[in-house]
Write a protein that binds this ligand. Sequence first.
Ligand code: AMP
Ligand code: MG
Length: 340
Amino acid sequence: MKTLLLHPDTEDAIAQAGTLLAAGQVVGIPTETVYGLGANALDGAAVRKIFAAKGRPIDNPLIVHIADFDQIYDLTACVPEAAVHLATAYWPGPMTIILPKAACIPDEVSAGLDTVGIRLPSHPIARAVIRAAGVPIAAPSANLSGRPSTTTAAHVMEDMEGKIAAVVDGGACTVGVESTVVSLAGDTPRLLRPGGISLEQLEAVLGTVEVDRAIRQQIGDDVQVSAPGMKYRHYAPHAPVTAVCGDPARGADYIHAHLNPNAGVICFDEFAVRFPTQIVHTIGRSDDAAAQARAIFDALRAFDHTAVTEIWAQCPDDSGIGLAVANRLKKAAGFHVIEV
Ligand code: AMP
Ligand code: MG
């Protein structure tokens, strides 16, 4: 299959992406979080093509993207008041709400669960493409399963060329990590995946929010987890990663003392000077977690074009969007984490 690269400076590109999606094809779409691999969420056969292109395990459900809030009522069995409050505060934006699903959601989307994740993205191209398709769009991150997520159209082509109908080039993603996944399907609100909306922001609207333990620690294969995606090795470059958490200056000392000559380093801007002979990718200053979020996946991917044999990564603390950056790094490291 030839994968078209569509440039959305013309109305045509949006219309073309919409037509392909309406016809049951898979299209790479820019969003503010990461690029998504979209298909008609109401068409089980179209959704199966996403799993095939990614090599995604079938027990890992997909998020359904909408262009207008009212679509949520067609896709869910009930919309509690808390969901309306969250949506009012943070939609359109990088947050997914898990709710009991409506009968129209195919099993392929929900992976057999009785819930569905819904998101209203803020990216104007994402919303225009969803509107042009005329249907809600199921979309996981547009990477091969297990690889770092994609934050540019070039990343998507790297993983998906020849496997999907088209990619819409919307430039680099402005958030850079995936959406926050919060479940309102149980008795207490529960954070299943940290992302672009922080835990503190959720708590400001919801009060108490339980935090799934899979966010900070490794979960065994035999354990039932709330967000099935959290149990898989994820976001991993080819070389093994070690995440170094704690005081950034002590972390830089630790990495400096332990790295081998062929190591790559992911570090905060102010520590790059410590590693003059290594391949280094800086991800922003240690106090700028938003910059780190924008840079993290590109940094993880970039080492695959080099001969590095190990990767050391400085990891931010858990405040704000740092919780999401730290979660992605720890998962990329298979939870091989050093605390300094
Ligand atoms: P991705 O599409 O790659 O961003 O992954 C979507 C994430 O949302 C995965 O971790 C899924 O397990 C999670 N997710 C999607 N739908 C549900 C659901 N109905 N219940 C719990 N988690 C979900
Ligand atoms: Mg993903």
